[in-house]
Design a protein around this ligand. Sequence first.
Ligand code: NAD
Length: 359
Amino acid sequence: MSATSSPDVSALLAGRHRILVTGGAGFIGGAVVRRLLRETEALVFNLDKCGYASDLTSIEGVLAELGPRALSPDGQSRHQLLRVDLTNAEATAAAVRQADPDLVLHLAAESHVDRSIEGPGAFIASNVNGTFHLLQAVRSHWEQLPAERRDTFRFHHISTDEVFGSLGPTGRFSETTLYDPRSPYSASKAASDHLVNAWHHTFGLPVVLTNCSNNYGPWQFPEKLIPVVILKAAAGEPIPLYGDGANVRDWLYVEDHVDALLLAANRGELGGSYCVGGHGERTNQQVVEAICILLDELKPTGAPHSRLITSVTDRPGHDRRYAIDPTRISGELGWQPRHNFEEGLADTVRWYLEHQRRC
Ligand code: NAD
C-alpha cells in the first residue's frame, strides 16, 4: 500500500448529516455506506431496490461492529434501508422526502455490460428514467430547504469512463473528452450524465459528477471479470477470457474510488466533473494471469491455474481500451490512490477465498 492517507470523512462532510446513498446495497455503494457508518456520525439512508447484485451482509457486519455507535442520539439506526425502485417516481419522491438529505450520492444503476446487451430495457428504465425520477424528487426537496441547508446541499452523480467510448493504443480520457458511448450500458450512463448536467444548468441544482474506471475489490457481484476469474479458477473450472484477451482496463481498488467520491461529493466544483483512475492499465489477459499466479500460491493444486484459461467469443462491440488521466482530481482535490494493483488484487483474491456471498 502507498503511504497516502485516507481523507478525514467527518471533516469533509462539513456538517452535512443526512446522507442519501442510492445503490448502497451494491458493490461500490456498499463501500461508501460502510465508510460513512464507520468514519462519521452521519445518518445514512440507503435507497436500493435490492436486486440481484445487492447484498447487505457487509453493512450488517459494520453495524454490529459499531455497537452503540450504530445508533443516532435519538436511538434510531444510523443505517436506514429505503427499499425503493427508482423506476417508480412516486416511491422515489416519498423516499427522498423521508431521507430529507443534505447530500445525495447517486450510485444506483444497472451496471453489467453483458446484461445490457441481452436486455437493454432495464438499463434505460433504471439508469435513464430512474435518474430522471431521482433528479425531479431531489430538485423539489432542494427547492424547499431552508436557505442555510439549501446553500450547502449537493447531489453527486457517480458515472463511468465507459461514456467516453474506446481508446486506441495511446491517449487517456479526461474531463474534456467527448462522449462516445458504444454499449447500451454506457449509453444509458451517458444519458444520465447529460440529465444531471441539464438539471444543474436549467434548474440550478448543485451537482457534481465523477467518471471512474473499472473497480475491483471485496463484495463485487461475481459476474464481473475479477470475481468471475477468481471463483472459476478456485473451483477448477474453465476461466473465460473474451476474444484475444488484449482489451485494456484501468483498474482501481474500490476503497480508492470511495476516497475520490467522498472528496468530489463534498469539495468538487459544482457543475464540474472529475475523471477517476489509478494508473492501473492492464490487459484482461494480464489480469487473468495475475490471478492464476496468486491462486498457485494461495490454493495450490499441483498444476498451474493458467491451464484453465479458455478463450470465448468476444462481447459484441467490445471497447478496446480505457485509460484515465486523473490530473484534475489529484490537483484540485488532493486525491491519490492508496493501493497499487498487485497488492489490491492479492487482497481481493484472499477475500474471495475466505468469503461466501449470501446471494
Ligand atoms: P452494482 O451492480 O454492484 O450495484 C448497483 C446497485 O444499484 C444494486 O444494489 C442495485 O440493486 C441498485 N439498483 C439498480 N437499479 C436500481 C433501481 N432502479 N432502483 C434502485 N436501486 C437500483 O454496481 P456497482 O459496480 O456498485 O456500480 C455502482 C455505480 O458506479 C453505478 O452507477 C456504475 O455505473 C458506477 N460505476 C461502476 C464501476 C465499476 O467498475 N463497478 C466503475 C465506474 C462507475
